[in-house]
Write a protein that binds this ligand. Structure first.
Ligand code: G6P
Length: 605
């Protein structure tokens, strides 16, 4: 979603701002803009790509301080006027804003009554006018004044022609990071925009503001009292944010999975007791034992893997568990039970629907733990405890390696919950053995990429597909369909295999392929019977299964994945579906890392 960048130092700001914005493109956006402060304030913005913005910049778009933005339309359509930066009437103040000002219409009405000419449809524009109209003597005072009138969420950056040599930034609910360089400073809403220049950063807290100059930064609260925020050097490899030799981030991230899965498991398997070490959950054995139910909350792929997690928890710990889209949860006035463990799952830790669901649970006194990838993100901070996913930065919109680690996170939670109940030490050790084998087995699936490529090309030719599976296999089918539609734009619908005959079988014909998840388990025979029904209607079949499973005389393309422990099979069955989606999209020539209409982190409702 919306992205912010800023630069102040000895270099020309515009090229650096454009470069930073390009690195935020994966988050999803529909327009972009930059403002620079040199001799006067100059702004350039437009609907469309960062590349288009770069081409339209005038030659003399100079200035050594600047701010930039990628916008995801919320208030008003994606057009040139609604793009950020927004300015006041005289063009002396430029602002960029992430988040939503909730009282924007009241503020717009008040400004209009005072004769201010509002040119855009956005909530954000009010900030530029409020800063310009403040009578505070300093830029810090003006921005604080303006923000005190505003209700809502924001990450903002402000330039003012009368106060050269500084950018004032503020945060409330939307990330804002300051990057410390050599005699220059950077600002961004996401580390991805900064790491190329510096890994020494300071994350603002909610309610905090900062003045950023070429030589340093100072932080303070909205009442201008100072805070003591220091920069720290992060142990991150800037190369993790580059696609490198890979043609896309999605493919790179798919291939990284054996390594990222190892990172997730490292130090967390307790062989001796057949359990898991998860200190971050902040739950002792007695508290774990008192849990009567588990409710998993996430959106998109995080919700589907949550369904896989719920069945793992039910199977291993025999505790009732289910997953629910976080985006729906809050709106049905949920009953929050003291003996339910709520688990929020999110790659970014920023998805606002998940964040608001966490807040709803906490407001009603419930206990929430997080499975989150981005360290220090809003959801991670809001939870009572949790497990970081250690997947490394995930850039492609479609989640792959983070999703795999979410599954592993659920396996660890299920083990720990199970071992304080009826899961035997022998079964605990059996699962630990399975988890230890998983990274290499993921590698084995990735090794057959070439075969999958050819299958994907055939599937890409279909306008519409089904993905089917049963019980453990159904969330796998749902996630497979989600990936396929996200990146290939083909209509892909997931169904429980058992439900096919209750409706969708009517659609099966030669042009509608079905991808069926058929693990070697107690349901294999029933699954194979359903395959016959599809084949009898000449529906093409791709079957993701285990070696040795007898598909009878069904004509099907078969993809075998290695067997693990049955409870852990879902994640291995998911990996080929990632590659099918990827290669279908690549064959269709689509922008795989940045699918149309989607954003990596959905920070608005
Ligand atoms: C967006 C993305 C999905 C993702 C979901 C949850 O909708 O398009 O691919 O699964 O957000 O993201 P999160 O960061 O919370 O895991």
């Amino acid at each position: 979603m919306c992205g912010i960048v800023g630069y102040i130092g000895a270099q020309q700001a515009a090229p650096l701002l454009l470069e930073g914005l390009a690195r935020l493109e994966h988050r999803g956006y529909d327009s972009a803009g930059v403002a620079v402060l040199g001799t006067g304030l100059k702004t350039s913005k437009r609907a469309g790509r960062v590349r288009d913005l770069g081409e339209q910049l005038p030659k003399r778009f100079t200035g050594r301080a600047g701010i930039g933005h990628t916008r995801w339309a919320t208030h008003g359509p994606a057009n040139d006027v609604n793009a950020h930066p927004h300015t006041d009437g005289k063009g002396e103040v430029a602002i960029v804003h992430n988040g939503i000002f909730d009282n924007a219409s009241a503020l717009r009405a008040r400004l209009a009554d005072d004769g201010v000419d509002l040119v855009s449809d956005t909530d954000s524009e009010v900030l530029a006018h409020l800063v310009a109209r403040s009578e505070a003597p300093t830029l810090e005072g003006k921005v604080a004044d303006a923000l005190s009138a505003i209700e809502g969420t924001y990450g903002v950056a402000v330039l003012h022609a009368d106060f050269p040599g500084r950018i004032v930034v503020a945060r409330n609910g939307s990330p804002l990071i300051i990057g410390v360089g050599e005699k220059e400073m950077h600002v961004a809403s996401d580390l991805a925009a900064l790491v190329r220049y510096t890994t020494t950063v300071a994350h603002l807290e909610d309610g905090e503001m900062a003045t950023v100059t070429a030589t340093g930064f100072t932080t303070f609260r909205q009442d201008l009292s100072t805070t003591d925020r220091r920069a720290t050097t992060l142990d991150i490899d800037p190369a993790a944010y580059e696609a490198g030799v890979h043609e896309s981030f999605m493919r790179k991230e798919i291939l990284e999975q054996p390594d990222s899965a190892r990172a997730m498991l490292r130090g967390r398997l307790d062989e001796r007791f057949g359990s898991a070490h998860l200190g971050g959950l902040n739950l002792d054995a007695r508290e774990l034992r008192a849990i009567r139910r588990v409710k998993i909350l996430g959106c998109g792929s995080a919700y589907y893997v949550g369904e896989m997690g719920a069945s793992l928890i039910e199977e291993l710990a025999r505790v009732p568990a289910d997953a629910e889209p976080a985006s729906e949860f809050r709106y049905r006035n949920p009953i929050i039970e003291p003996d339910t463990l709520y688990v929020a799952v999110s790659q970014s830790g920023e998805t606002v629907d998940t964040l608001l669901a966490v807040q709803e649970v906490r407001r009603k006194g419930g206990r929430v733990v997080g499975l989150v990838n981005v360290v220090g993100s809003a959801i991670a901070r809001e939870c009572d405890g949790g497990i970081y996913l250690h997947a490394g930065p995930e850039v492609a919109v479609a989640s792959t390696k983070a999703l795999t680690n979410m599954f592993l996170g659920f396996a660890l939670v299920a083990l720990q919950l199970g071992r304080v109940r009826d899961l035997s030490i022998a079964d605990g050790r059996r699962l630990i053995g399975g988890l230890e084998r998983l990274p290499a087995q993921i590698g084995e699936v990735l090794a057959v990429e070439e075969e999958l490529r050819e299958v994907a090309h055939r599937l890409a030719a279909a306008e519409s597909l089904f993905f089917v599976g049963r019980v453990r296999g159904f969330p796998v089918a749902r996630e497979g369909a989600q990936k396929f539609k996200e990146v290939s734009y083909r209509h892909a619908e997931a169904y429980p295999t058992s439900e096919l005959k209750h409706g969708p079988l009517a659609l099966i014909e030669e042009s509608v392929p079905t991808v069926a998840v058929v693990p070697d388990d107690e349901l294999t025979d029933r699954n194979v019977a359903a395959l016959h029904e599809i084949a009898a209607r000449r529906g093409p079949l791709v079957v993701v299964t285990h070696p040795g499973v007898d598909l009878g005389d069904v004509a099907a393309t078969r993809i075998d994945v290695p067997r693990n422990e049955r409870e852990l099979d879902p994640i291995l069955l998911t990996i080929p579906l990632q590659l099918l989606a990827y290669h279908a999209a690549e064959h269709l020539g689509l922008d795989i890392d940045k699918p149309r209409n989607l954003a990596k982190s959905v920070t608005v409702e």
